[in-house]
Design a protein around this ligand. Structure first.
Ligand code: ADP
Length: 476
């Protein structure tokens, strides 16, 4: 059994949980410790005790530790990628790519530890100088989802440590393997005991303990809207800082003047790769009517040709759905879409393959109306809806007609429409002739409306959440 890491010690939990491979439900990946609230409390106490010294530690020491973590992740990317693909179900190349990204993030924040800036200003009162400086928050609680088992933890843990915070990390229940390997690597980077802690366990127990404890000064969360709202309410009640990422219903607008081949590839890539289980996945493809039939035919052909299979098999393009409950949610939305009158052009059925797994043929719906429920609610699976539009202006209006605002895209050869879309799309990230999913690691990530709350993640913008600004007035 793989243990929790608390105060520099590997500790068994109160129970254990099996980790099952979604590509082959007879393949047991391992058993992982499950903490109770008391053990979560121990981790918080350890992080709290370690916070003052770590907050004042040398940035060079923090940079060296983060760089070392990044190097080991990079050196072991094949092995970590295998674990990730095996427990989460994305394909091996996607998984290895994600691990490489996690390594790059640690190396980026190693350097950021040395770039914490401040300001010095003259006061409006003579003889007084003002300094604006950034300080760590203290203990940060990190709660992550299952769909990026190493990249999301990396983009929260690396900046937290770089800026001098201590960490209690609670990974998603479904993907403890990648989290444990990451913790194992971090445990050997020379950090003082208590600076980093891993506590695996149920969200309602371990996650909730982080939300409710006064010693946890900040909570960085990625997951569902329902849990995000719980985080917000708990944090507001006790004055903790919080940051939420909660998914999307991302549109890709395809105009008549687009390069059709490129647009279809953006839609297939953005909609179906990683089994559609990305918060930046394109789920609404809004297509100008004059090319709609041609576009839909081409999409149908390519969707049918996608190779669904075991995540670790070389020819697989689309892995399984992560677990039985997510699969049921996908099937429920497919049924809802059909009832609403959307036309199923391809896929949508369960697949029986060599090994027992949660296999679903990617579903493509045509003739959708943006007001339909399956076009408004996040499905988080390989389900794409084609929505015809009359013009660019109509396409933009439909793209923005959603409670979410994470990522959006447009395929066009018109600079005028691309520029207008870039300015008027109500999303935190806008892609021109690129898939809505697939982002760089050194620039801000985040959205608007129901997708996100609080300061952006990633890049140097991460300092906004992981530090607290202090204004000092000094009279000589
Ligand atoms: P998903 O649909 O991606 O599983 P969740 O919001 O349920 O989304 O889960 C995201 C993360 O939030 C997971 O690590 C989960 O354990 C955690 N979580 C779930 N419930 C709570 C809670 N009440 N308090 C804190 N964290 C929670």
């Amino acid at each position: 059994m793989q243990a929790n890491y608390i105060a520099g010690q590997w500790l068994n939990g109160v129970s254990e949980r099996p980790n099952i491979n979604p590509s082959d439900t007879e393949d047991l990946v391992g058993h992982y410790a499950q903490a109770d609230a008391a053990q979560a409390e121990e981790a918080i106490a350890a992080a709290h005790a370690a916070a003052p010294a770590w907050g004042l530690s040398s940035p060079q020491m923090r940079a060296d530790a983060l760089d070392k973590i990044g190097s080991e992740i990079q050196a072991r990317r094949e092995e970590l990628g295998q674990m990730l693909a095996r427990e989460e179900g994305k394909t091996l190349p996607e998984a290895i790519g994600e691990v490489g990204r996690a390594a790059a993030i640690f190396k980026f924040f190693a350097q950021e530890a040395l770039r914490v800036r401040g300001d010095k200003l003259a006061s409006v009162r003579p003889g007084i100088e003002i300094e604006v400086t950034r300080e760590p928050l203290g203990v940060v609680g990190i709660i992550t989802p299952w769909n990026f088992p190493i990249a999301i933890p990396a983009w929260k843990i690396a900046p937290a440590l770089a800026y001098g915070n201590t960490v209690v990390f609670k990974p998603a229940e479904l993907v403890p393997g990648s989290a444990w390997l990451l913790a194992d690597i971090i445990s050997r980077a020379g950090l003082p005991a208590g600076v980093f802690n891993l506590v695996m366990g149920p969200g309602s127990v371990v996650g909730q303990a982080l939300l409710d404890d006064r010693r946890v000064a900040g909570i960085s969360f990625t997951g569902s809207q329902a849990t995000g709202q719980r985080v917000a309410l708990a944090a507001v009640k006790r004055g903790a800082k919080f940051q939420l990422e909660m998914g999307g219903k991302n549109p890709l607008v395809v105009l008549a003047d687009a390069d059709l081949e490129q647009a279809v590839n953006c839609a297939i890539q953005g909609g179906f790769y990683s089994t559609g289980q990305r918060c930046t996945a394109s789920s609404r493809i809004i297509v100008e009517r004059s090319i709609y039939t041609r576009f839909a035919e081409h999409m149908t052909e390519l969707t049918r040709a996608l190779r669904v299979g075991h995540a670790l098999k070389a020819q697989t393009q689309i892995g399984p759905v992560v677990d039985a409950s997510q699969l049921q949610q996908d099937l429920d939305y497919i049924a809802i879409a059909r009832q609403e009158g959307a036309r199923l052009l391809a896929g949508g059925e369960l697949l029986t393959l060599e090994r027992p797994g949660h296999y679903l043929a990617p579903a493509l719906f045509g003739d959708c109306d943006n007001a339909m429920r399956h076009c408004q609610e996040e499905i988080f699976g390989p389900v794409l809806s084609l929505i015809p539009c009359d013009s660019y202006e109509h396409g933009l209006k439909l793209a923005n007609d959603t409670p979410f605002g994470l990522s959006s895209g447009i395929c066009t050869s018109s600079l005028k429409h691309a520029s207008h879309f870039k300015r008027n799309s109500q999303a935190g990230m806008v892609m021109v002739n690129c898939p809505t999913a697939g982002v760089d690691y050194h620039v801000p990530f985040g959205g608007r409306k129901g997708s996100s709350y609080g300061p952006r993640e990633q890049g140097s913008y991460a300092a906004e959440f992981f530090t607290s600004v202090k204004t000092s007035y000094i009279q000589a």
